[in-house]
Design a protein around this ligand. Structure first.
Ligand code: GSH
Length: 198
């Protein structure tokens, strides 16, 4: 199996953390530039997006949460759903909404208009980020099993991405509870080895 990723994508990081937590070897990760039309990426994924996982049989798997779904079935133990299921899925969805909003702003700013963040759509996405993190910090996901569940995973990936891309943004609020959660996963090898960088 190999997985095509880049060093910043929160979606790629979700897939990498899930694989690592389930004991898959990540040495087959290949860093590609999703905006550079890298041939190997387009060959396996017409959308040209990371993560793209290619099975040993050559079958491409795309979409971070589908990869996670596939993994849960493929290797149920350890599970990434260890916790109160409804709450875990609700929290993961909240974190994914924040991730989608951050990516939307980034794509707008980097690929279209440097002022995209101040446009009507950009400001809506900012509101999603602020309100989403506020809600997550007010009722943070809790690690209940041996392996942090998807609600924790997606929240930490969102938080680290915020700090990578929006660290100087004046609208970013303090998140003491999420910082405390971050400290709890800090020593987990796959969280460390996949920390995003530019
Ligand atoms: N829904 C997809 C989103 C994947 C995605 O948008 N990845 C970005 C990197 S953060 C990408 O490859 N973008 C390139 C492009 O949109 O052309 C998932 O969950 O995997």
């Amino acid at each position: 199996m190999k997985i095509l990723v880049n060093t910043t994508s929160p979606y790629a990081r979700i897939a990498r953390i899930a694989l690592g937590e389930k004991g898959f070897d990540l040495s087959g990760s290949e860093i590609v530039n999703p905006w550079g039309d890298t041939p190997v990426l387009l060959e396996h994924n017409p959308a040209g997006r990371v993560p793209t996982l290619v099975t040993d049989a050559g079958l491409p798997m795309t979409e971070s949460l589908l990869i996670l779904l596939w993994l849960e079935k493929k290797k149920p133990d350890p599970t990434l759903l260890d916790g109160p299921l409804d709450l875990v899925i609700s929290q993961a969805g909240r974190a994914m909404g924040v991730i989608d909003a951050m990516i939307h702003i980034l794509i707008g700013v980097l690929q279209m208009d440097p002022n995209f963040g101040e446009t009507k759509v950009g400001l809506r996405r900012r509101r999603t980020i602020v309100n989403g993190f506020r809600a997550l910090d007010a009722a943070p996901p809790v690690i209940t099993g041996a392996v942090p569940h998807i609600g924790v995973l997606a929240t930490i990936v969102a938080l680290d991405y915020l700090r990578l891309r929006f660290k100087d943004a004046p609208w970013v609020e303090a998140m003491p509870n999420l910082d405390a959660l971050r400290a709890q996963v800090a020593e987990r090898p796959v969280y460390k080895s996949t920390e995003p960088y530019l």
